[in-house]
Design a protein around this ligand. Structure first.
Ligand SMILES: NC(=O)c1ccc[n+]([C@@H]2O[C@H](COP(=O)([O-])OP(=O)(O)OC[C@H]3O[C@@H](n4cnc5c(N)ncnc54)[C@H](OP(=O)(O)O)[C@@H]3O)[C@@H](O)[C@H]2O)c1
Length: 252
């Protein structure tokens, strides 16, 4: 159990934060991993980090909001690895807070194009590969606690994350007959580049993080285990699930 040797994985947004944490877990468990992100520098640093586990590691600069880039990128992954078994649909951006009645269409479109269009293009193109391959597979989709809770001044982000949850659930039902499992992970407050300003805010730490029962920010390392579990045959009867990784925040 939890041996991913021979599994071929794609991690979008794998060059930093939660995606890098998941990629690290997959590589540590023996998988070959391709990382996508936009910045070549971040990708190079991430590849150096997970290269130490001995499996194959490759990177490609892909903006997931660009449909053609995703199509070409998936073809390149399949060429390189000879197929695909695990897809982590994780690339996403946060958004500055804006009063809803003053919020702009440009901001709304920017968030939706990466977080929702990007997930849609990635899931559609990789599911085509998995179905044709006929050997099953696992998709792991990063949604957010924000998909479930009211997110004042951040509605477009929350809407994008609720939408990817719906995409994942629909795909779980449709692809079960192909033994392709689709499960979602819902992070709470995690210390990554996305939450950098909040990590520096005394008000946020005292009003929000103090209410996390585990008493701390989550870290990218907290996502290694869930990625390995959902990628592995250990979870072979699990699909359409939504796993909160929030230190208990949503319950309190
Ligand atoms: N941090 C939290 O508290 C939190 C909570 C709930 C959910 N999430 C979700 O977790 C996921 C990862 O977030 P994170 O906190 O780990 O953020 P992060 O540290 O900023 O990492 C984001 C990753 O996505 C990549 N990325 C961003 N836009 C992209 C695009 N258009 N095309 C391809 N790659 C792109 C980034 O690389 P480049 O910038 O180089 O493209 C980076 O690798 C996101 O989906 C986010 O919504 C985060």
């Amino acid at each position: 159990m939890f041996d991913l040797t021979g599994k071929r994985a794609l991690v979008t947004g794998g060059s930093a934060g939660i995606g890098l944490g998941m990629a690290r877990g997959l590589a540590r468990a023996g998988a070959d991993v391709v990382l996508w992100g936009r910045s070549e520098d971040k990708l190079a640093d991430a590849a150096a980090d997970i290269g130490r586990f001995g499996g194959q590691v490759a990177t490609r600069s892909v903006d997931v909001s660009d449909e053609q880039a995703v199509t070409d990128g998936v073809a390149a992954v399949v060429d390189l690895l000879g197929g695909l078994d695990v897809v982590v649909v994780n690339a996403g951006i946060g958004s500055s807070l804006q009063k809803f009645h003053e919020s702009t269409t440009a901001r709304y479109r920017a968030v939706l194009s990466t977080n929702l269009d990007g997930a849609y293009f990635t899931m559609r193109e990789t599911s085509r590969v998995l179905v044709e391959q006929g050997t099953g597979g696992s998709m792991i989709v990063t949604s957010s606690l924000g998909a479930l809770q009211g997110a004042g001044r951040n509605q477009p982000y929350a809407a994008s994350k609720a939408a990817v949850l719906a995409l994942a659930n629909g795909c779980a039902v449709e692809f079960a007959r192909h033994r392709i499992r689709v499960n979602s992970v819902l992070p709470g407050w995690i210390a990554t580049d996305m939450t950098g300003e909040l990590q520096d805010s005394d008000a946020f730490n005292s009003h929000v993080i103090s209410r996390v029962p585990m008493g701390r920010w989550g870290t990218p390392e907290d996502f290694e285990g869930i990625a390995v579990y959902l990628a592995d045959d250990a979870s072979s009867f699990q699909t359409g699930s939504s796993t909160l990784v929030d230190g208990g925040y949503s319950l309190f």
